[in-house]
Design a protein around this ligand. Structure first.
Ligand code: TYC
Length: 112
């Protein structure tokens, strides 16, 4: 007959010191990405939009023309996907360039 805990099944210490090794599975988080959207309007010249896409998004003339036409026909298009900081900078660059040329062109970002 035995009473009370034996040395082999004593309670854990104050730090949860059980002697059992546990691993915590960590999931690596990828940084959120942001879509930069270009919006259609009735006044900004097509050539200006093509120039914006070449200048700020590194598109070829043909690529820029295609995307401009998509925006013109569909109302908007995604012109690139970037980290928040880059997306924010692109939007600011486009908005500033359009404003300086007195065109109502709108550019925004949206979390992917
Ligand atoms: N709709 C404009 C026009 O007919 C052209 C345009 C295209 C404007 C794309 C904005 O993001 C835009 N002149």
């Amino acid at each position: 007959m035995s009473f009370g805990p034996m040395m082999t099944d004593r309670p854990n210490g104050p730090d949860g010191e059980s002697g059992v090794v546990t691993k915590t599975r960590t999931r690596t988080q990828r940084p959120p990405m942001y879509k930069v959207l270009l919006l259609n309007d009735d006044y900004t010249p097509m050539e200006f939009v093509v120039h914006v896409l070449e200048r700020f998004f590194g598109m070829s003339h043909a690529q820029a023309f295609d995307i401009m036409l998509t925006v013109h026909k569909k109302g908007l298009a995604v012109v690139g996907v970037f980290s928040f900081e880059i997306a924010e900078t692109k939007v600011a660059q486009v908005m500033d360039f359009a404003r300086r040329h007195q065109h109502p062109l709108q550019c925004t970002l949206e979390k992917e």
